[in-house]
Design a protein around this ligand. Structure first.
Ligand code: NAD
Length: 256
């Protein structure tokens, strides 16, 4: 591993001297991923360019209010994102996490904030999308969800109820409740290690999971390009690109 990408923050945490090999005594793992994991596949992170997401203000494209105000703008935006993710490929970080999932005999849950499908395309099975999925459409007339690869801008009919114009991206927008929080908290309850990868720590409740982990006294590790907003909550932080940091960590924990 390159020294320039590796920063340990020596701290006295929870009565243990930090720096102990992170794989020791670990059976159950919860991993949280964010947009940084997919950045090297060519998908923009949220706050890449001056606080904009793909040239748009978040509040113009990622809130229920924006959808009510200007549905064409929002549907077009998500149609483009949906098309884009089908043109990119998983990277070494996605593949390393899939390898860990396949090899790890204890409990493991990969909770992703990402709405792309790169974790599943890399082969991760124990996966939960807390913010929804680009490749799903949700009918606001009958509540059915459908796999969806095409566009929504043209107001197609719902395959279940036949009503046209009520399908929306199955994405958790700001102000909406993330999916499957009970399962996430249950997995954290059983976990010995919480690892956060490629997330800014700015979007709640995902950003609060590290505090929950610390409250339970389990180990916490951050892998991110730079210190996240929540970095001081982590027992250990390593900084560098996900395609280097994640395979190195997976190698380490599988070898422990
Ligand atoms: P974010 O954009 O707020 O933060 C991304 C983090 O990743 C930053 O801290 C950044 O330093 C780090 N990062 C950037 N490049 C990296 C790399 N190569 N290796 C490691 N880390 C890197 O994203 P977030 O924290 O996931 O939260 C924002 C929201 O954005 C989520 O709700 C998510 O649904 C949505 N989002 C998803 C995608 C996607 O599905 N790929 C893309 C953009 C936004």
């Amino acid at each position: 591993m390159s020294g320039s990408y590796y920063i340990r923050q020596p701290k006295q945490v929870l009565g243990e001297v930090e720096g102990k090999h992170v794989g020791q005594d670990i059976k159950n793992i919860v991993i949280l991923t964010g947009a940084g994991v997919s950045a090297e596949s060519g998908i923009d992170t949220f706050r890449s360019a001056g606080g904009l997401w793909e040239q748009h203000k978040v509040e113009d494209v990622a809130t229920p209010e924006a959808f009510a105000r200007d549905p064409d703008l929002v549907l077009r935006f998500y149609d483009m994102r949906r098309e884009r993710i089908q043109q990119v490929e998983p990277n070494a970080a996605h593949y390393a996490l899939a390898r860990l999932d396949a090899a790890w005999s204890g409990n493991l849950l990969l909770v992703t904030q990402n709405v792309d499908d790169l974790h599943e395309r890399a082969g991760t099975q124990r996966l939960l999308h807390m913010h929804g999925e680009h490749l799903n459409a949700w009918c606001n007339a009958c509540d059915a969800r459908h796999p969806w690869r095409g566009t929504l801008m043209d107001r197609p009919a719902c395959p279940a109820c036949g009503v046209a114009g009520r399908l929306r991206p199955d994405i958790v927008w700001f102000g909406e409740m993330p999916y499957r929080m009970d399962e996430i908290y249950h997995a954290l309850e059983q976990a010995d290690l919480f690892v956060s990868i490629g997330t800014s720590g700015a979007v709640y409740p995902a950003a609060g999971l590290v505090r929950e982990a610390r409250r339970k006294g389990i180990k916490t590790l951050e892998l991110n390009l730079e210190p996240s907003r929540g970095t001081s909550w982590f027992e250990e932080s390593r900084h560098g690109p996900a395609t280097l940091m994640v395979p190195a960590w997976v190698e380490e924990i599988l070898g422990s």
